[in-house]
Design a protein around this ligand. Structure first.
Ligand code: FAD
Length: 346
């Protein structure tokens, strides 16, 4: 029988991010469905007590931790040491972890050190898949094909894609953490963490945990009814909406490409905002598309957006053809202006 370890790192405030709580849901479901006798929680960070207390009620048999200033930031050598020590101490055969950028860089290497194997971007775990054994699922080819994977090798590291599970909710308590003595040497510390660099646009607009994805299309920069483009007004409307709604900003390819063509563009957009076949496929409960035509290479990136609405002047745009739940045939400038007024009045 597999021994399950839930392995997470803390965020700056010492707590677990939503992606870790989602991975914990997956680990707990796996434990109860597979009949594993116990779940071990492993935590890495500057201090791990607050994070352990946050999930104290999850029913874990043990809480293992590696803590200290050296483990407060992402660094391959120290993170790998910490993860390796926790995996060994827990004797885990299955390691469930959030698919954070920090773990993505490190855990496949830890799997290699331990003679195991890692799978990333997982969206589902099935404890009784083919032949009654554990299978895991992930998407390939821009979310068009789903693969179901089974492996004999252990330890098996499973990195869960953020947004694919419900976050664990449980009472805060007081956990007893067994701190492991992990001492990085000069060789592990030679890489120094200097700080975070902001996106070149200077505005943080991508918010993976937002309830709403707001997509801006090229229409925002096109000539409007008066024969003129209104790019500055578009910027103000969009930024004001993002500030009050805390939505995440997506874009069509046409709009982000305009920058490279020397045209007037929304200054805070980069290619990282692009949604679609050659962009990203984010996960949000709701999406609102504005001034975007809804063509297939764009709409394919909406695969995991549950409730979809669009605003377009064209009643025959792509959204009208089964790609949105609701299409407002209207001027997005007028609609967003009114929406911002209503939000400001709240
Ligand atoms: C191989 C390949 C890969 C691609 N990958 C991607 C991808 O990853 N992502 C992506 O987005 N595209 C991708 N594309 C391009 C895609 O096919 C479209 O060209 C692109 O999405 C169009 O962007 P758009 O809808 O913003 O612009 P447009 O097609 O120019 O549409 C602008 C829309 O704005 C509307 N509009 C204008 N003014 C207003 C107003 N005031 N109020 C309301 N509506 C208004 C217009 O009616 C129009 O529908 C790809 C294409 C190919 C061939």
């Amino acid at each position: 029988m597999d021994q399950i370890l839930f392995l997470a790192h803390t965020q700056e405030n010492g707590l677990l991010p939503a992606s870790a709580l989602e991975a914990l849901t997956a680990a707990l479901a796996l434990k109860s469905a597979s009949g594993a006798s116990e779940l071990v929680v492993g935590l890495v960070g500057a201090s791990v007590q607050a994070a352990a207390d946050q999930v104290a009620g999850c029913g874990a048999a043990r809480f293992l931790g590696v803590a200290g200033a050296e483990f407060s930031v992402a660094r391959y050598a120290t993170d790998a040491m910490a993860a390796e020590a926790i995996c060994k101490a827990s004797a885990a055969s299955i390691v469930v972890a959030p698919g954070s950028s920090r773990w993505h860089r490190v855990l496949p290497g830890v799997a290699q050190r331990l003679g195991g194997v890692a799978d990333t971007h997982l969206t589902g775990l099935n404890p009784s898949g083919a032949g009654g054994a554990l299978t895991v699922a992930r998407w390939y080819y821009r979310q068009r094909m789903e693969a179901v994977i089974q492996r004999q090798r252990r330890p098996w590291f499973l990195l869960i894609d953020p947004g694919s599970q419900l976050a664990y909710v449980g009472a805060v308590g007081t956990a007893t953490v067994e701190l492991l003595p992990v001492q990085p040497g000069a060789a592990q510390l030679r890489t120094a963490f200097k700080g975070y660099r902001e996106l070149s646009s200077g505005v943080q607009t991508i918010r993976p945990e937002a309830k709403l994805l707001f997509v801006a299309g090229a229409g925002w920069t096109k000539k409007q009814a008066d024969g003129q483009p209104h790019v500055k007004e578009a910027e103000t409307l969009i930024l004001s909406f993002l500030q009050t709604s805390r939505a995440s900003l997506g874009s069509s390819k046409s709009l982000v490409d305009l920058g490279g063509e020397g045209q007037a563009v929304l200054s805070f957009l980069t290619h990282l905002n692009q949604i679609g076949q050659t962009g990203s496929t984010p996960r949000h409960p709701k999406g609102l598309s504005t001034c975007c035509h809804g063509e297939e290479p764009h709409a394919v990136g909406w695969r995991f957006i549950n409730e979809r609405r669009a605003i377009n002047l064209d009643a025959n745009c792509g959204w009208a053809r089964g790609k949105a739940d609701v299409l407002y045939v209207a001027d997005a400038f007028a609609v967003m202006n009114r929406v911002n007024e209503l939000l400001a009045a709240k």
